[in-house]
Write a protein that binds this ligand. Structure first.
Ligand SMILES: *[C@@H]1O[C@H](CO)[C@@H](O)[C@H](O)[C@H]1NC(C)=O
Ligand SMILES: *[C@@H]1O[C@H](CO)[C@@H](O)[C@H](O)[C@H]1NC(C)=O
Length: 254
């Protein structure tokens, strides 16, 4: 397969995309696989220096290999027109971002998704959480935090691939370089976050409480001052009137 043009797939526009390739293998290997693998069509575009997902992948493709390219980003609906896709290999690219909705339309049938050996630091569970596929997330520069924890809980990891999810960065130095599953065995990243919000709440409540107390103290002091001034005034009055007024004041103060 030296030139894409000699193949029935892909069509002209993606061949233009691939025409300047020297190493590229971009072939619908399905013809040869059809007989051996129960009619499953394979489309292979590995080592092809692709910088995006080709537009004209045949819509009856079952297995799609886009590994070992230079794809940096997966936009929304990147695979929308592949209603039969079962396996998708995107490993060994430079994917750093995946828009939520990138795998839209694949939820019901995709059974294997390889995102290993890319540049993923963080990925929201919305992007892949709805898939039933086994996902390989190993060998990416993961930031170990609550978001990754939520992601890991939302996806089914490919068998034996969990150990390859290693913390490249984390809030705590001791977690760097460790397998994420090992770390979350004794650290709950999401609860740690909750704890800090709890502390913030507590501090705020304490602040309000302190304000109320200081106002009460101020109020009592002010009243004592008034009462003292009133008593002094009564003392300066003639004694008969004073005694009667004093007793009434004392009873009100008490
Ligand atoms: C692929 O596209 C063709 C032409 O649009 C359509 O007739 C066919 O049903 C599609 N195949 C699948 C599997 O969706
Ligand atoms: C997951 O990806 C890693 C790194 O590319 C690879 O070594 C491993 O075999 C893959 N595991 C599975 C189950 O696909």
């Amino acid at each position: 397969p030296s030139s894409c043009g000699s193949w029935p797939y892909p069509s002209q526009s993606s061949c233009r995309l691939l025409s300047n390739l020297t190493l590229g293998i971009c072939s619908p290997a399905g013809k040869t696989r059809e007989s051996t693998k129960g009619g499953l069509k394979t489309f292979r575009c590995s080592h092809a220096r692709l910088t995006e997902v080709p537009k004209d992948i045949p819509n009856d493709t079952h297995k799609l290999y886009l590994d070992s390219n230079r794809i940096p980003f997966l936009p929304r609906d990147a695979f929308r027109d592949l209603p039969l896709l079962l396996e998708l290999d995107l490993s060994h690219n430079s994917i750093a971002g995946i828009e939520s909705g990138a795998f839209r339309g694949l939820a019901d049938h995709l059974r294997s998704l390889d995102l290993s050996s890319n540049r993923l630091v963080s990925l929201s569970k919305e992007a892949v959480g709805h898939l039933k596929a086994k996902v390989n997330l190993s060998d990416n520069p993961w930031l170990c935090d609550c978001r990754l924890q939520e992601l890991i809980r939302a996806v089914a990891l490919a068998a034996g691939s969990a150990g390859g999810i290693v913390c490249e960065a984390a809030a705590l130095e001791e977690h760097v370089g460790k397998a994420f599953l090992q770390v979350i065995a004794h650290t709950d990243f999401c609860n740690a976050y909750k704890r800090t919000t709890d502390i913030a709440m507590l501090v705020t409540m304490f602040g309000w409480f302190a304000m109320v107390i200081s106002y009460l103290v101020y109020y009592v002091r002010q009243n004592q001052e008034d009462a003292r001034r009133h008593l002094e005034y009564l003392k300066s009055l003639p004694s008969k009137q004073r005694r009667s007024e004093e007793s009434s004041t004392v009873s009100t103060v008490v």
